[in-house]
Design a protein. Structure first.
Length: 250
């Protein structure tokens, strides 16, 4: 009893093209031909083909099949490397499933960077958009610091800032800036990596600054930007005063 190429391929669950390719690269020995010139495959060819298929189904590259079959240290290293790749792939897919579950549970999570989905309900849409834009430039350490910062209880001024009308009077803006400044100062002390784009960005500072500036202008109105500028001015003045006092004491 002998099988044709087509029959062998059907038995092994593959294609005639694959069988011919294995012949070409030397993985499968060519069979004898019958009087009619057609190939005549036996059970040995089937077993060999099934073994090759099993290894490739496990992720072994065709070029590594002979080495793996040898069973030596090189074979074990190939399999260890493959196992590590599979473990990383499983971890990645599990993370993807967690993120998909978060999005299915709360559509707002789609607007958040990975690992930030639980904060979606606590942040207004503008801040979620700003956070997502900034995730394109921040280092993993900076993102971790930002996540920790955003996980703390919300300040009583944050809702007022989010709802700030573009035509808010100057005195309202100034009072809000003065309330925000101490908290921003503490945030800089707790997470110094976030106080300087030169340290927190994984890209060139000029590129990082362009992302932040464009995002602020896009997602905040003029009153928001004015308050942020006032906060910056207060912090700068405090730093200047502290420096002058330190010089005087010396």
């Amino acid at each position: 009893m002998a099988w044709s190429t087509r029959q062998l391929a059907e038995l092994a669950g593959t294609t005639t093209k694959t069988v011919r390719h294995y012949h070409e690269i030397g993985l499968l020995e060519a069979p004898e031909r019958g009087p009619n010139g057609y190939k005549r495959y036996g059970v040995g060819h089937l077993v060999r083909l099934l073994r090759i298929r099993r290894l490739t189904d496990l992720g072994v590259a065709l070029a590594d099949v002979p080495a793996v079959e040898s069973g030596d240290e090189k074979a074990r290293q190939i399999l260890r490397d493959l196992d590590a790749e599979l473990a990383a792939d499983i971890e990645c897919r599990q993370r993807m499933r967690r993120e998909l579950a978060a999005v299915m549970e709360n559509r707002s999570a789609l607007d958040m960077p990975p690992n930030f989905q639980t904060l979606a309900d606590d942040l207004p849409e503008t801040q979620r958009s700003l956070l997502l834009a900034c995730s394109s430039i921040l280092t993993p350490d900076a993102m971790a610091a930002l996540q920790e910062q955003l996980s703390r209880p919300r300040g009583d001024y944050e809702a007022e800032f989010a709802a700030l009308d573009e035509d808010a009077p100057e005195d309202v803006r100034q009072r809000l800036a003065e309330r925000m400044a101490p908290d921003v100062r503490q945030q800089h002390r707790d997470h110094p990596v976030l106080a300087d784009l030169g340290f927190s960005s994984r890209l060139e500072t000029t590129v990082a600054e362009s992302v932040v500036v464009h995002a602020l202008v896009e997602f905040y109105n003029r009153a928001h930007l004015d308050v942020l500028q006032r906060v910056h001015a207060i912090l700068f003045q405090d730093d200047t005063t502290e420096s002058e006092n330190n010089d005087a004491r010396r």
